[in-house]
Write a protein that binds this ligand. Structure first.
Ligand SMILES: *Cc1c(COP(=O)(O)O)cnc(C)c1O
Length: 365
């Protein structure tokens, strides 16, 4: 058997006819930006996530960056403010903070579910701390009651990087929060809800934040040729919106399929070398830990199974952040050393997952 980590061709083909029709309609309509399909997707995605507002952007990094910028424009964040963030995230989370001239304060994750360790947040708070940015990494829920109460007591914004967590609010319903904040999504093709190009969105219940974000993403303008902010141009196009509206209808069912496959892995894998991830979430990624991760990856590759590493180098070791190189973050470093992502997506068959399980169980150092 030959198993690709993720075949986007198969994922798209699951709804191929509908997607082709939606794309053709946009092509023939003559309207490619700022039209009714983007407006419709924003309504649908706000309703889906249970938020009042959705503002689409050109990609997920821009959704994060514009979300923070919109808080700056309202005076709720300022240059030099600190944002508490998990150390083991994708670089985009950190880039969105530093691009806004704020300071990321990296906090270690729990090894059990890879999410920011809420027991370590309070000791990272300083008088400059203005926000906590959680990342629902791999599709697991990072939000805890403790995080909510820290944000409430200390008056911190609660920002969420939901780029790997589409549909998480349906699996793990949000607590009534009463903490100001917003969520950023990416619709990069490989995400649980992916477009056929780059795309992103911000969701929030805060009307002023949504208005500011919408203007910032559109040159700083909410009225044609009138510029309130020094904005940028980062908008979702009509083609992406049309495709996403088709795919959004199937997201819950596809996340349920991911859940089934994750359960199949967890039930089937019994190799003592391999540590399994937690059972619930939306399973954007199925991360296992193995002390000899690289050998395991080569062994699987030799058996036709493609795996990936999320991620080989943590942000604090990256060349672009020399000011973070001094940090010692052993849990994060262990994850980056031992993590291996097994193929898991809605287009996979039970047979493929069973083959991967059998192959994994046959692995010896
Ligand atoms: C994918 C991703 C992003 C960035 O999204 P893009 O659309 O690729 O810019 C941000 N954060 C996390 C955790 C991601 O996985």
């Amino acid at each position: 058997m030959d198993i690709e980590y993720l075949s986007l061709k198969r994922v798209t083909a699951m709804h191929g006819d509908e997607i082709h029709r939606a794309v053709t309609e946009v092509v023939d309509s003559g309207r490619y930006l700022q039209g009714e399909r983007v407006a419709a997707f924003e309504r649908e995605f706000a309703a889906y996530t249970g938020r009042k507002y959705c503002v689409t952007t050109g990609n997920g990094l821009d959704a994060l960056t514009v979300m923070i910028r919109a808080y700056k424009e309202q005076g709720l964040l300022a240059d030099g403010d600190e944002v508490i963030v998990p150390a083991n995230t994708f670089i985009a989370t950190i880039l969105s903070i530093t691009a806004n001239r704020l300071t990321p304060v990296l906090v270690e994750p729990r090894i059990t579910d890879f999410q920011i360790d809420d027991e370590l947040i309070e000791q990272a708070v300083t008088p400059r701390t203005k926000a906590v940015m959680i990342v629902h990494l791999y599709g697991y829920d990072a939000l805890t009651d403790k995080i909510i109460s820290i944000c409430r007591e200390r008056d911190l914004l609660l920002l969420e990087d939901c780029a790997q967590a589409h549909g998480l609010t349906r699996v793990a319903p949000r607590r009534s929060m009463n903490v100001p904040g917003a969520q950023a999504y990416s619709f990069y093709p490989g995400k649980n809800l992916g477009a056929l190009a780059d795309a992103g969105a911000i969701t929030t219940d805060d009307e002023r934040l949504a208005d500011a974000a919408r203007a910032i993403a559109n040159y700083g303008s909410s009225e044609k040729y009138v510029f309130r902010y020094r904005g940028r141009n980062t908008r979702m196009d009509e083609l992406s919106a049309a495709v996403l509206s088709v795919k959004l209808k199937y997201l819950d069912a596809e996340n349920r399929r991911r859940q089934q496959l994750a359960e199949q892995y967890i039930k089937g894998i019994n190799n003592p070398e391999i540590t399994l991830p937690p059972p619930s979430g939306v399973h954007h990624i199925f991360p296992v830990l193995c002390p000899d991760r690289d050998e395991l990856g080569s062994y699987l590759a030799a058996h036709g199974i493609q795996t990936l590493i999320h991620y080989p180098i943590p942000p604090h070791k990256q060349a672009c952040y020399p000011e973070l190189h001094h940090l010692r973050l052993p849990v994060t470093e262990r994850i980056h050393r031992e993590e291996l992502s097994l193929p898991l997506n809605q287009a996979m068959t039970d047979e493929e997952v069973n083959y991967i399980i059998t192959t994994l169980n046959g692995y010896k150092r």
